[in-house]
Design a protein around this ligand. Sequence first.
Ligand code: HPA
Length: 296
Amino acid sequence: MTERLNILSDCWRDRVAEAVDWLTAKGFAGRVGLILGSGLGNFADAVDDSQAVEYGDIPGYTTTSVAEHTGRLVCGTAAGVPVVVMQGRLHPYEGLPFDELLLPTAVLACLGIETAIVTNAAGGLNRYYVPGDLMVIRDQIDLHLHDPLRGLLAQPFAPAAGADAKTAALLAEVGRSGGVPDLFDPSLARKLVAAAAETGVPMHSGTYASMYGPAYEAKAEIGMLRRMGCDAVGMSTAPETVLLKRMGVSPVGLSCITNPARETGQPELSHQDVVTVGKMVRDRMARLLLAFLPKV
Ligand code: HPA
């Protein structure tokens, strides 16, 4: 996966490569990567022939300080598909610089995955969403308002790895990377919806807003997000998916709605509440993912 490493800036590449070499020597590789959000980590139990390492043992990894984010990388097969699973993730609100925050995502891409299923816990902005619902992420609005890849790419203006010839030619013409067309692959999103229908799991499709946190949103922010057209709000995912796409990996996003986010007044919300609802739906989510994986 040296092509993917070469996308990274000099100062970041060596740190990512060290972790990739260490994990590759242990046999870590896969076709699909999964990033599991708050309270959703149990999917890792469904991985067969698995091996796991603690983040703290991987060279260059920062361990997460968030409760219920176990912090392990698991590799094996799920529904017959070779997978690498990040059980727990880092968040911008932990106060980390983006090179530290995104290092595990860059490593995941360099372990050879083609697709990444990125999951999160989120507040439901859409008035039809109730706790326990699932939403396939159609698109995202990154309200960190900071380019998460700043300083991390060798050629910031280059098209994403694997971009089709038409996009690459267009970008060459305008001389910079432009936008990120179809960050979330619509055909994969449709397959996830199909897997949900097969398994009898209700599924919404919507736009995810990514905020810094760590505080949950104020009423006025919830009003703003709803008027911007966002259906769900969380504190992760957006920086990771932008990096994955740039590295030639197709992201699929899945939010678990753990609470309503109402501008009329959100109930006092704690991380533990979010984790509790995550735990309630995680079996359903694991069933859905096992049905989806063979379609990827
Ligand atoms: N806001 C932001 N992040 C979240 C929420 C929320 O309401 N619920 C779970 N993660």
